[in-house]
Every structure is written in C-alpha cells, then in structure tokens.
Write a protein that binds this ligand. Structure first.
Ligand code: ZN
Length: 398
C-alpha cells in the first residue's frame, strides 16, 4: 500500500521517541504526557469517555432515552434531526442507524468544491434507499478558496479549518431553517480517536482573524439560515441558546465496529469505499501531505490508537502502517488540489517550507473559553454541550 522508500520509513520510525505502551501515541503527539507506566494521556481520556458512554445495558438505556428526546422534540415537524453526510463510512452508517432507530433525519451535505465523485454517488444511493431527504449546501467557491489559501498562508496545522467551520455552520443553519433541535454527528472516540488540540484547533474567531490577515475578498455577511463560514460566539449563542439546537454524538453510545459496518452499508445501501479513510474529501490528500512534511503530524496516530484501544486493530500492525507514508498522499490528487486552489506548484512548495506556526500565533477564542471554563463545565453537566467536548478541550487540553 505504501510507496515509501525503506530509508524514509526508517526515519519516520526513528522520529517517534517514546511510544505509549497501550496505543501508538508517541512523543510527536502534543499532550501525550506518559504516566509512570508509559500510558499516554489520550488512553486515560479514552477510558474516561468510555465510562461516560458505556457499552452496557445502562449505556443502551441512555441512548434510547436520547433518541426518545429527539423524537419528542421533532413531533409534528417534517424532520427531527439533521445529519451531516459526506458519503464516507461513518456518516453513511450514522444515517442508516438513525433511520433504523426510527428517527426522521434531514441529510445535509456540505460541498466546498473538493468532494470525491464516488462519495457523491454513495450519498445519493444511501438517501434514496433510506427515503431520506438530501440537502446539498454548496459554499461560495470564491470564499471557500480564499479561506483555504488564507489558512495555508497562515501556516497553521489545521489547514482545513475553514471547511470544518463551514460544515458546522451549514448544519446549524439547516437546523435553524428547518426548525430542528438536534444535529447528530458521526464522530466516535472509539474508532476515530481524539485529536490533539494544537493539531485540530478551530473556532470562528480564529478563522476570521486569519482571513482578515491573509484573505483577499470580503465574506458574505452571516444570515442565521445561510451562515456561510461564520461561526463565532455571536452565531453560536444564537444557535445554541436562542434556537436551542443541540449536537449529539450518537455513535458514542453505540458499539461501532468498523469492520462490520462496511459489509452492512455495502449490502444495504450500495455503498462503495471511496478509498483510504477520509477520502470522501479529496483535499485530505493535500492536508495529510502538508501536515506530515511541515508539522511532522500524522493523524493516523490518534485514529489507529483509538482502534487499538477498542480492540479493532492490532497494535503492531498500527505501528507498522504508520511507519510508512499514508497512501492517501496521492501525488496526482495533491496536484489536482493545488490546481483547483489556483496555486502553482512552486507557490505550494513555498508554503511547505515556510516556518510552521500554531493557533497561538493568531487571535482566537481559546483564552475566553479557558476563562469561562467553570460555566462550560456546568453546561456540560446539563447536557447543553457534549461532556466529551468539555473533557477534550479543557480537562486534557495542553
Ligand atoms: Zn495511549
């Protein structure tokens, strides 16, 4: 699967430093903080989250109570929840699961110009077979491109932040427009893992600051039902407090076994694997390459660690796979992404060698969030924000 030379593979292995004795998180991952037994902080966070979302009869009862709340809130409305779908495995399965549990989702796809056609066909087939309405929200390409280039020029590790924010904003916007109170998200800490904050930091204020500095065109103003790329504190207040829109990580409550899911969605929904994980979005090829070359980051480390902890992947196998360059870094797809952004190869190469920065180098909402941490703890205990968000951002923040 790899095209890596033996020499480069050796250097990738040599770069690891200490490796967690339980998963494959190593010293290159910020916040690894190994304990006296050599177990990383992410393993402890995993255990804490597994206790919050147990796969036991009690956990199952919690899941069913949640489903019941969603159904009650949606009574008399055409939809009771919004589900963001990409045509990839996790979101396709989430949609399938929601329908099997008797929910009436509105499927929302956010298209920012880098969708994989295979994933697109998956979405059409799955929604047709499940009888679910599919709403595609296409971002303003000029804005999407300008923001992506701004993130690249800012040299931040989370160079795809604008798409993450645009997607979240699109889901809130669709929920507001269709009078829906719940957004189901397809993440699962058991299979996808927990991203280190410095690798994954995002917030609307941060994106705006980066765009103000590196962007070249004005963004359209925020409208509640057409938010574009705006999701700062004002917008979040509107959606979460005024419109009472909640996000629910449904797969947290569910025994999600990745290897069993492929067969199920292939047989029932005609799903076709779009390639390596996350390849529902072609931009992931460029992102993976940029993050490895410029930031010595490999997101497979926390993805595979999650599978190792959940007993869904062999640890040695995970170590071996991550010692080679990920097949996702397809040079042809990377070239296509560069071209689609309107950049030349030398311009992209310049971005690759410019000094790396962190989210701390630009204004963000992080310091404010830290100040209001006790309030967030209360909100989490009231289930107004997911408990997992609190744990992830604050208890283990580095
Ligand atoms: Zn670990």
């Amino acid at each position: 699967m790899s095209t890596l030379t033996a020499e480069a593979a050796d250097s990738a292995v040599a770069d690891r430093g200490q490796v967690c004795t339980r998963c494959i998180i190593d010293e290159t991952v910020p916040g690894a903080n190994f304990d006296q037994n050599g177990v990383c902080a992410y393993c402890h966070l995993h255990d804490e989250m597994a206790a919050l979302y147990p796969l036991t009869p009690a956990g199952e009862a919690k899941k069913l109570a949640m489903i019941d709340r969603i159904k009650r809130a949606g009574r008399g409305k055409p939809h009771d929840c919004v589900i963001g779908i990409s045509g990839g495995r996790d979101s396709t399965y989430l949609l399938h699961l929601a329908v099997k549990l008797g929910l009436r989702p509105l499927a929302v796809h956010f298209n920012d110009g880098f969708g994989n056609p295979v994933a697109g066909e998956n979405m059409t087939r799955a929604t047709e077979k499940l009888g679910v309405k599919l709403l595609t929200i296409t971002s303003d390409w000029r804005e999407s491109k300008d923001l992506k280039i701004a993130c690249l020029k800012a040299s931040i590790p989370n160079a795809n932040m604008s798409t993450d924010i645009g997607l979240a904003a699109a889901l809130f916007g669709a929920a507001a427009k269709h009078d829906v109170n719940y957004i189901l998200i397809g993440q699962s800490f058991r299979t996808e893992g927990i991203a280190p904050l410095p690798w994954n930091y995002l917030d609307g204020k941060h994106l705006k600051a980066i765009h103000d500095r590196f962007g070249t065109r004005e963004l359209r103003p925020w409208k509640p039902e057409d938010p574009g790329f705006h999701l700062g504190s004002r917008e979040l207040f509107y959606y979460i407090v005024r419109r009472r829109i909640r996000t629910v990580p449904l797969l947290y409550y569910h025994d999600y076994v990745r290897s069993e899911v492929d067969g199920l969605i292939e047989n029932e929904l005609g799903w076709v694997n779009p390639g390596a994980h996350y390849f529902d979005d072609l931009y992931q090829a460029l992102l993976q390459n940029l993050q490895r070359v410029k930031f010595n980051m490999d997101r497979r480390k926390f993805n595979y660690s999650a599978l190792v902890r959940s007993g869904q992947m062999d640890r040695d196998d995970a170590l071996e796979q991550t010692s080679a360059i990920y097949a996702l870094e397809d040079p042809k797809v990377i070239d296509l992404c560069i071209k689609r952004l309107g950049l030349t190869r030398p311009e992209f190469d310049e971005i690759l060698v410019s000094p790396p920065k962190t989210f701390r180098d630009y204004p963000s909402g992080y310091d404010t969030l830290v100040k209001v941490r006790p309030v967030l703890k209360i909100l989490a205990s009231l289930n107004l924000i997911p408990q997992s968000t609190y744990l992830k951002y604050f208890k283990y923040a580095c």
